[in-house]
Write a protein that binds this ligand. Sequence first.
Ligand code: ADP
Length: 406
Amino acid sequence: MPLILAVSATGLMALIVMQLIWMRHSWQLSEQIFSQRVSMALCSSIESYQDGTWCAGDKCTIRNKTQGLGMKEAAILPVNMVDKPEFRSVLDKSLMFYQIDLNYVLNLSAEKKCGPDSYQTTVFLPELGGKEAYLGISFPDKQKFLLGGMNLMVLTSALILVFITVVLLFVNWALVKQRRLLKTNVDFFNNMAHEFRTPLSNIRLAVSMLVRKNEGLKDNPLVEVVRLENTRLLEEVERVLHLAKTESGDYALEKEVIDLKGLLQSALKSLTLVVADRGATITLEEIPEDLQVSGDRQHLCNVFRNLLDNALKYTRELPLIRIFARPEAQGVVIVIQDNGIGIPLAQREMIFEKFQRVHQGNQHDRKGFGLGLAYVKNMIELHKGSVRVLSEENRGSRFEVYLPTV
Ligand code: ADP
């Protein structure tokens, strides 16, 4: 979560910096355009005021007398030209033509003066013996004028930035809220599972005592239903609690060296009743006796039991299940292959996440909470192994579990 916040804050900062750079760039562009317009207005007014004038043009650049149009075409201007109303009226018109509707200050000086808001052009004054002089114009309100032209851009940029900031803040807030909600739900679920364990164990104990005291109840189908459903619920509760423990990191495996063949056989044995009930055929193919893994017997047995249980559960016809093992570099791959309904490609990764089940329309005959494979993945990873699934829809699935051998 802090990562998402940091990434979005960095993105926002980058956006603001980019926006500022663009604004600065367009400010410089506006200044350049303004400067060109002023130069053109100044030149054209001098030219129209007195024929044969040449103009130095650019802001604060002075042409050498020998450059440009040459001395004979230089402007012969009176020294008091800046105060002449005729010149001012020509200049006003020219400025208006170039869309510069601003107050200005004119001055004539013998020195070149450069400033951000002043523009100069070279003129020749007979009074000064044909010497160069500089006709300058400055605009006290230039900044305001240019800013006015950029108003729309600044406003839209600010609005877009505010909008993006609000959206990002909202998304982050929603994420934090969702996360908190998820945590609350998971905590509630875990607490509930914890609270269910004791009554479910008590029910199991009570049923066994009842059957022991009353021999006649041993083959009673109703008692069998209670026993089966109780076992199913207890298993789910145990899965929730194991998952919660592995996720919180508060988990210690009771490791021992386990014979793989014996492990698979005991997983199979625990499903004898279900296998018979489903009319399934399960073949445990030849597995070398010396294939041994180091792990928690109880949990590894649960892992294969879960995979086999799924293979039995997600099959429409009579289940045909193959179990075999293939030695690999420093380990072994245990394969459980069924002829079941298969898993659509898009959902193959997601089934290993908690509470995820393949959507099966309105079919509710295959019960489950979507916890079995999450438990399998967690457990196998705790044993430094991996699990993957290959599947073809309506043809079957093949779960491959890799475990390091000893
Ligand atoms: P549950 O079986 O309780 O729903 P799991 O985590 O064991 O939970 O399985 C998740 C989902 O993966 C199942 O709901 C099912 O849709 C799909 N699935 C698991 N194993 C198989 C399989 N052998 N064949 C087809 N689909 C399977």
